[in-house]
Ligand binder design. Sequence first.
Ligand code: SF4
Length: 400
Amino acid sequence: MRDSSVGVYVHVPFCERVCPYCDFAVVAARSLGRAREDGYVDAILLELERRMAVFGGRSLASLYLGGGTPSLLQPASVARIVAAVYAAFPPAAADRRVEVTLEVNPSTLERSRLPGFREAGVNRVSLGVQSFNDEVLRRLGRAHRGDEGRRSVSACREAGFDAVSLDLIFAAPAQTLPIFERDLAEAVAFEPEHVSTYELTIEAGTPFATAAARGQLAVPRDPDQQIERSLAMMGVAEARLEGAGFRRYELSSYARPGFESVHNRRYWQRRPVLGLGMGAFSTEPISPETPFGSRRANPRNLDAYLTGIAAGGLPEAGPVEVLDAKTARGEAVFLALRDVDGLDAERFAEEFGAPPRAFWDPAISSLVTEGLLEERAGSGDLRLTPRGRRVSDSVCECFV
Ligand code: SF4
């Protein structure tokens, strides 16, 4: 796919403490300390310089500081990163608004830093509220409680960012349907521009996986019951948020019109994203050698990342993954189906030489007949039906 823009993701791995369900690349750090923070930001900026050989000449569409807990950084550090990324990738037009998102964690948010983040160029904050219920937060092992979440949302609102996004978790231990409904109602009352709803998944190797294996998590043990519970919560989220004026523009994401996440959409549309920092992934632009794209990952170990940068190179977690046509086709469909706009059949045909029917004719016919997939007459564009969204995983399996 031809695309002359870039999204930049900066991973800030530090967290006050590591939540027992977390599978991200994180490092426990109660406070960063100036030298450690400067050292990490220096490494990010060196990596940026070295990645220009592949990403240079592109215009900036979005910058996302995620983690971990990027709000642990000082505003001056965020300003350094923002300035360097803008200098590396000047936006296409001077007046074009680039989405600059900072993930914020209620337990570590110092209100006094918020104006500094805004001055640094952050225009969107994504707040990891998860729930407003103290018992749910306690069982999740989160460092904050409901009141801190509420105060943080208010502080972000008052700081005047263009957009505030709230993350809510569902299917968590001890989280009943009425509790989740109250979480949704509270979230809506704060009038955010965007809400993401994530199902708790139990990742192998986490303390939650051990507790689940021992039957110590307060979630249904019967997988069918667990699925029923998740589907019920998903349905409630959709009804409550759409009723409040949000559009479910992606399976987990709801936005008021015009506030869809520019950065996250790049992943679903398979547009180039430069990932900087420990554990970050890059989706590289296509080239004659990689006509279907390639991906690379940085080491998930902080020392390995910093040492690799200090040695003058680009530390890699493993070999670059060069996508073949079959893998890229499958990914193009299942990522596009996450988005409410679905798959653009013409764009797909431009990239892969033939429309989706040429590769999955029987599967598309049967999914359409079952009422899980909608195929637009004439264009052949595909998208999930409301029923298809409820079983999106099994629909997507038909294309990989
Ligand atoms: S705050 Fe988020 S990134 Fe940090 S440990 Fe908890 S779940 Fe993981």
